[in-house]
Write a protein that binds this ligand. Structure first.
Ligand code: 5GP
Ligand code: ZN
Length: 113
């Protein structure tokens, strides 16, 4: 989608602090980190949110989680991390291209105490 910021990042039209890339996905650091480690993983194909996942496009989701596991190990996140995906306005989603936040480096206990 031409006017989608994460499609443009995936296409390399907007620069990002890239962590990993392959033919299906891109992982890059969040511009406004909410934890000492905070990166995003997005499919290169435009999927608006979790609400738009279908049997036809869901294979990339498994791949995203495989890559998250690998990157977490490579980054030394043995103490744990959180994976978050916000969906829709009431779910706190501000960028309408599916993305998985990976956060680590502080206490992630849920629910907050
Ligand atoms: P959401 O609020 O949709 O769950 O998350 C969107 C995330 O994207 C936010 O954490 C925000 O900081 C990040 N973000 C928005 N625009 C950009 C950008 O241009 N580059 C990067 N690296 N992160 C961005
Ligand atoms: Zn997009």
């Amino acid at each position: 989608m031409a006017d989608c910021i994460f499609c443009r990042i995936a296409a390399g039209e907007i620069p990002s602090n890239k962590l990993y890339e392959d033919d299906q996905l891109l992982a890059f650091y969040d511009l406004d980190p909410q934890a000492p480690t905070h990166f995003l993983v997005i499919p290169k194909v435009h999927i608006a949110s979790v609400a738009e996942i279908t049997p036809q496009n869901s294979a990339v989701i498994a791949h995203i989680y495989e890559v998250i596991a690998r990157l977490a190990a490579e980054l030394g996140l043995e103490q744990g991390f959180r994976v978050v995906t916000n969906c829709g306005p009431q779910g706190g989603q501000t960028v309408p291209h599916l993305h998985f936040h990976v956060l680590a480096g502080r206490d992630m206990t849920w629910p907050p105490g």
